[in-house]
Write a protein that binds this ligand. Structure first.
Ligand code: LLP
Length: 409
């Protein structure tokens, strides 16, 4: 069942008409479907039901606290990459024993916070980080459970800016360094090596790189002879942004994970972000102006790259649909752009589109992940509102930022 779609040519999110919301609230705004998030979470966990994993939602994908609360209710843990995300996850009610902390540059302050909160794992990304954590833990007279992050040198086919598992990427330890780290773990008196973790990139649409990663993990387990309590397999599961995007087949991978779990008697952790929230959000914007270009019409939206970065940053394709469909045609190609003073502040171009008028509203699709969380105040624009729909109810979960809060800094 789809929670975002047309009823009689009017776009609805669950049982709420987007047109009605657009006349009630200042556009642009993010709009999420709670049922869609819940459906995605259930579908992800049912795929892996046999390995009974701990699912740690990757907070960077969408860090709105109300969304974290929805996921907490579903039983989710959290994958965090900063002190701020850690505090937010805890504030949402997620228990520290379901929180893992990754990131190559954790500060002393963040390490201290993670230690004090007794989180499940600090996923260590370098030997020098381990030295720092050990030192702080020793001062606090604590033994800390850590994971060690592997860089498996696997090239996952995805956008080059979101691949993380190749040797040239800054993440994790190479196989050789990781093995040597594991064999010398005793020198870190205040660390307990409970996990090995890996995350090879994001928006991955083939299960092959995940399978290859399992093989590298097997090799490491055999060579170190360590019985890791947890194996954290990261996130990265892609969603279909474009009609022709292939769908990732998790069933087959799931069987391999189950075998792996049985063979090595470990607990599995996943850190999905995009797969849980990506398709559950739209960005509602107004056509501020139509402008004739030399060979196309520009539809200049009141939302820009400050509100939604993915198109500008990764050339990502996000379809834009009208909130009221009509059967008239626009003359010639139409390009959706934003107001920011950068050429790259543009979204998508269509050769054919329906007739649009100034002040019409449109929806940018699939913006639930890395949308609001990547937005900024560029051009001194306030952060826009976020609204969530639950059946017939709309709830503002972030107010549009007050412009006055930007004027004194
Ligand atoms: N775990 C770790 C350690 C990560 O670095 C990430 C994402 C995830 C889990 C979640 O990955 P997901 O399941 O969402 O693919 N801003 C980019 C994506 C950057 C991903 C960064 N790390 C985008 O909009 O495509």
């Amino acid at each position: 069942m789809s929670y975002i779609g047309y009823k009689n040519n009017n776009l609805f999110v669950e049982n709420v008409s987007v047109r009605k919301l657009a006349s009630k609230f200042d556009t642009p705004f993010y709009l999420y479907s709670e049922s869609n998030i819940i459906k995605n979470y259930k579908s992800f966990s049912s795929n892996f039901i046999k390995s009974n994993p701990l699912i740690c939602f990757s907070v960077k994908a969408n860090s709105n606290i109300q969304i974290l609360k929805v996921l907490k209710k579903m039983g989710s843990g959290a994958d965090v990459v900063s002190g701020g995300e850690l505090l937010k996850a805890i504030k949402s009610g997620i228990k520290p024993n379901k929180i893992v902390f990754s990131g190559v540059g954790k500060t002393e302050e963040e390490v201290r916070l993670a230690i004090k909160k007794n989180i499940l794992l600090i996923n260590v990304e370098s030997e020098n980080e381990a030295i720092l954590i050990n030192k702080i833990a020793s001062k606090l007279k604590k033994k800390i459970t850590i994971g060690i992050r592997l860089n498996p040198d696997i090239n996952a086919p995805t956008h080059k800016k979101i691949s993380t598992g190749k040797a040239e990427d800054k993440f994790g330890l190479s196989k050789a360094s990781l093995i040597s780290f594991c064999l010398n773990i005793k020198k870190f008196k205040n660390l307990k090596l409970n996990a090995i973790s890996v995350h090879i990139g994001s928006q991955i649409l083939s299960e092959n790189p995940f399978k290859k990663t399992l093989k590298v993990l097997e090799e490491i387990i055999k060579r170190t002879k360590i019985n890791f309590k947890y194996v954290d397999l990261g996130g990265g599961f892609g969603i279909t942004y474009k009609k022709n995007d292939k769908k990732i087949n998790l069933r087959n991978y799931s069987n391999l994970v189950e075998k792996f779990k049985k063979k090595y008697n470990c607990n599995i952790i996943f850190e999905p972000g995009r797969a849980i929230v990506g398709n559950a959000g739209i960005l509602v914007a107004k056509v501020q102006y139509l402008k004739k270009g030399s060979n196309k019409t520009f539809a200049i939206l009141n939302a820009g790259m400050n509100d939604f970065m993915r198109a500008a940053l990764y050339d990502a394709v996000h379809n834009i649909i009208p909130i009221i469909k009509n059967s008239k045609k626009n003359k010639g190609p139409l390009e959706f752009v934003g107001p920011i003073c950068e050429t790259t502040c543009k979204f998508i171009k269509y050769n054919k589109y329906q007739k649009l008028n100034q002040s019409d509203h449109v929806a940018i699709l699939d913006v639930g992940a890395y949308g609001a969380s990547l937005s900024s105040n560029y051009n001194t624009k306030p952060l826009i509102a976020e609204i969530i729909i639950n059946k017939t109810k709309a709830k503002v979960i972030r107010k549009k930022q007050d412009i006055n809060s930007l004027l004194n800094q």
